[in-house]
Design a protein around this ligand. Structure first.
Ligand code: DX5
Ligand code: ZN
Length: 224
């Protein structure tokens, strides 16, 4: 099932519970939570206490994207706070296998995110122990950037590798997704598509979410 995952980075940070309820009413099953430390990326966002509050506010899947240096220091804090799935950046860790094991042994699904310029082949050895790969289609740090077109080829190649090797990790795509390109992203092989500003900067976030979801589901059917 293809999912559109609204990113609350672009929502009103004083009204996150409302922002989540709005897309839940439109059928959202997952919420993307962007964690930034001002070091790995130039922006600063939220930490485990906010995730704990979100956990109390919703039963939707909390998809936590760690854009932080040395994520191993914080992985268990985010999972204890209520993260259902956690991704770390390949570029931010030295011992990637250890980070993946830590996420899984702490009870969450494990993902690895790769920046636009990072080849998917850097994950070759760990594809078999991953729950998902997060392909960044913008340089991480901010919402509202434009989709980098060559990310599409990376998604296609990743999907091909998945088929060739008989693996079942999910492919998540994050950054610059709009109603204009969501079909291309899904046809390329994405299972989970993050959408921040195209949902929450819309005048009607629920309708914007529903439109993206409908387009993604049609594109899913057309690729089978
Ligand atoms: C960017 C974040 C994204 C961001 C996407 O660094 O990882 O999740 O919220 O926002 P849009 O969809 O506006 O590009
Ligand atoms: Zn993100």
């Amino acid at each position: 099932m293809t999912e559109i995952i609204p990113s609350i980075l672009s929502a009103d940070m004083a009204r996150l519970a409302d922002a989540i309820d709005t897309v839940k009413a439109g059928g959202a099953a997952m919420i993307h939570v962007d964690v930034m430390d001002g070091h790995f990326v130039p922006n600063i966002t939220i930490g485990p206490p906010v995730v704990a509050s979100l956990r109390k506010a919703t039963d939707l899947v909390l998809d936590v994207h760690l854009m932080i240096e040395d994520p191993d220091r914080y992985i268990t804090d985010f999972i204890k706070a209520g993260a259902d799935q956690v991704s770390v950046h390949q570029e931010a860790v030295v011992h990637l296998d250890r980070s993946i094991q830590l996420i899984r042994s702490s009870g969450a699904a494990a993902g690895v995110a790769i920046n636009p310029a990072t080849p998917i082949e850097t994950l070759s050895e760990v594809f078999g122990i991953l729950d998902y790969v997060l392909v960044m289609s913008v340089n991480p740090g901010f919402g509202g950037q434009s989709f980098i077109p060559y990310a599409l080829q990376k998604i296609q190649r990743l999907d091909q590798i998945r088929r060739d090797r008989g693996l079942d990790f999910r492919i998540e795509v994050d950054g610059g997704v709009t109603s204009q390109n969501v079909c291309d992203v899904v046809r390329a092989g994405a299972d989970w598509v993050v959408a921040g500003s195209s949902v929450y900067h819309s005048k009607q976030p629920r309708a914007a979410f529903e439109d993206l979801r409908r387009a993604a589901q049609e594109a899913t059917l057309s690729r089978i």
